[in-house]
Design a binder for this molecule. Structure first.
Ligand SMILES: [Zn+2]
Length: 491
């Protein structure tokens, strides 16, 4: 917030005695500083050029202290925030007390506890009672005691004996929460999934152009059929040889003109040009959900391989080995959990530089409202990319982040600092990306069979494509959408 304060142009109607020194963000939670500054007059806070105040002042405040749209920020917004934080601490304690009455608390070991999430039926947060930390976004953001830490404290009720010894009674209740499922739609989608996935895949593959065949020799199998066979191979979770029966069946039911031999399929996986085609097909497979998803989350996940990296370690005097793995960077629609775009790199591929490309790809098909990502993605380029896509960014700032920067940076910093509830609500949607990755791996495997890097990349892309198609089948039954794929994908 330093920036806003420093840039404050003395408004002619602001009384100079109302200007107070700015507190360091790290001092936000320090007690005492709150009480001392509590009596400050509360004023609305305007961002440059904004018509609406970012923070509303007291109703009783004289309206001529600041004019809407004026290039002025009135009176130490941090102090307002401090007062609010002080009030919120009691609120968190109360929420923790209520939460402690729920079931699902699990004592993991020593000082770590698993506290069930109230919003995510299958989620939870890890609380460390010794370090007083929690894995929830609220703690990540504020670095102050959250409701989960309070709840654990309430669950651990300690009893003191006369001899000075202490019995700690910990309620160890295990339970499962289930969420409402539309069973008829779910059953129907599951039963017809394989058949519908093939129909959808055929529709998608129809857009794949076969390059002109120059020269003599037999005419090769159309590229669209090869792509179809590659995706089918991954859908069956079998090796290329064992998937042959399914691929032949697909040719017999008219989904392919000719079933490629398993060696042709394996050779196709090793072709670099397949990567672009598969990426395009994934993006196109997400497009039918364009009207539904407006908020997105970006993250990455690892896929294992059976390839080992070997080296001689002089320190241990022997050969060492370590399995290699690949990273899939994806942008996921948080309403339907569809993967709007994906990029596969080796395990050394950094996360943050992938964001602009993913946002740009998703923008082609979707109307983007929000993009959330974790701290690793914080950067000026990423915020600018999200802003260009017309979306609001929800990426937590680091403790030492400055308020100075581009307009997109300053806007997000202001929301992060002053509209924490709103920020958290949007940031929480990021959890969906985790469940999406786990779903891809559960359905189509968390490791690849291929040995060559390009083939491994293409295999992961096929898994993502199969996942998207299966999600489309569910959307068809649940939401009643009817996807149709048009347009050509050039080879
Ligand atoms: Zn927490």
């Amino acid at each position: 917030m330093k920036n806003l304060i420093r840039r404050r142009t003395a408004h002619r109607r602001v009384r100079p005695d109302l200007v107070v020194p700015v507190l360091d963000p790290r001092q936000r939670c320090a007690e005492g500083s709150v009480a001392e500054r509590n009596d400050l007059v509360r004023k609305p806070l305007f961002l440059e050029g904004a018509d609406e105040p970012l923070l509303h002042g007291d109703a009783a405040m004289s309206p001529d202290c600041a004019e809407p749209g004026a290039d002025v920020v009135v009176v130490a917004p941090f102090e307002v925030l401090l007062a609010e934080l002080a009030a919120e601490t009691d609120l968190r304690q109360e929420r923790g007390r209520l939460l402690s009455q729920n079931k699902g608390f699990k004592h993991i070991a020593g000082v770590t506890w698993l506290v069930p999430s109230q919003t995510q039926p299958s989620g939870g947060y890890i609380v460390n009672t010794a370090e007083k930390t929690c894995s929830c976004p609220d703690y990540e953001l504020r670095r102050c005691k959250c409701k989960h830490a309070w709840a654990v404290e309430f669950v651990q009720t300690s009893e003191s004996h006369a001899d000075g010894s202490k019995t700690v009674t910990e309620s160890m209740t295990y339970s499962r929460t289930t969420h409402q499922q539309d069973w008829p739609a779910y059953n129907e989608a599951q039963v017809s999934e394989k058949e519908t996935v093939q129909t959808l895949l055929r529709g998608l593959c129809d857009g794949v152009e076969t390059p002109a065949h120059a020269g003599r020799g037999p005419k090769p199998i159309p590229l669209s059929d090869v792509v179809f066979a590659m995706a089918m191979k991954c859908y069956t979770l079998m090796s290329a040889r064992r998937a042959s029966t399914d691929i032949k069946n697909a040719a017999e039911t008219g989904n392919m003109t000719r079933a490629p031999h398993y060696n042709s399929i394996l050779a196709a996986f090793e072709k670099t040009e397949m990567t672009a085609i598969l990426t395009k097909l994934i993006e196109r497979s997400a497009a039918p959900l364009a009207g539904i998803d407006t908020s997105f989350a970006v993250d990455s996940t690892g896929f294992g391989t059976c390839v080992y990296r070997r080296w001689y370690d002089a320190k241990y005097g022997k050969e060492m080995k370590k399995a290699t793995w690949l990273k899939a960077h994806a942008i996921v629609g948080t309403t339907t959990n569809i993967i709007a775009s994906v990029k596969v790199t080796d395990s050394d591929g950094a996360d943050s530089p992938q964001l602009p490309g993913l946002v740009e790809a998703a923008k082609q098909n979707f109307e983007m409202g929000e993009v959330s990502a974790d701290k690793a993605y914080l950067g000026h380029d990423n915020l600018a990319a999200i802003d260009t896509a017309g979306a609001s960014a929800f990426i937590p700032f680091k403790l030492n982040s400055q308020a100075d920067g581009s307009p997109a940076w300053r806007k997000m910093h202001a929301v992060f600092m002053f509209k924490q509830e709103e920020f958290l609500a949007a940031y929480m949607k990021r959890n969906n990306v985790e469940s999406t990755f786990s779903s891809v791996k559960r359905k189509f495997g968390g490791s690849v069979r291929s040995k060559v890097f390009t083939a491994q990349v293409n295999e992961i892309l096929c898994k993502v494509l199969c996942y998207n198609l299966s999600m489309l089948v569910h959307a068809m039954h649940k939401l009643g959408i009817e996807p149709s794929f048009l347009g050509q994908v050039a080879a």
